[in-house]
Design a binder for this molecule. Structure first.
Ligand SMILES: [Zn+2]
Length: 161
């Protein structure tokens, strides 16, 4: 017998349990099951499994249902709070980057004037600018990035629970 026939028989067995078969399909399946031990075994196992599922029932304590719903609601609220904190860090980081770049362009001109007044040589002027302008705002951006990473790992960690 070809493998296709067995596959067909198993498909009929599955369908027989859910949507049902036509009379011709039903007859074909019964005939196949009579001659094929493998598919017959599959059919019996399927029937037994479905019977087993039918008798699988349990009573639920109403208090437990309420507590479970409450816990799920609380969990959803916590997740939402974490996500909004995450978005806040993300916006903060984007703003800090923007200010670092735009601010540097604007502040450079003011700094150049100061550096000229103080008669700084170029490397002193660049170092001063880096230390007093670029470094602080880049630090803020980095701290926000760290916060972002922490928040993200906390979200991922908790969603596994
Ligand atoms: Zn078969």
């Amino acid at each position: 017998m070809s493998a296709d026939l067995h596959a067909q028989a198993r498909e009929f067995v599955d369908r027989n349990q859910s949507s049902g078969l036509s009379t011709a399909e039903q007859a074909w399946l019964e005939d196949h099951l009579r001659h094929c031990a493998q598919c017959n075994g599959y059919s019996e196992l399927t029937a037994r499994t479905i019977q087993g599922l039918g008798s699988f029932s349990f009573s639920v304590d109403p208090g437990l249902v309420a507590r479970t719903q409450e816990a799920l609601t609380r969990r959803a609220q916590e997740m939402e709070a974490k996500r909004s904190r995450y978005r806040m860090y993300l916006r903060g980081f984007a703003l800090a980057c923007l200010f670092t770049m735009m601010g540097s362009v604007l502040a450079w001109q003011g700094w150049a004037w100061v550096a000229q007044r103080m008669q700084l040589v170029p490397w002193e002027s660049q170092l001063g600018f880096s230390l007093f302008w670029v470094l602080p705002s880049a630090t803020v951006a980095m701290l926000l990035l760290v916060g972002l990473a922490l928040e993200r790992s906390r979200i991922n960690e908790r969603s596994l629970v």
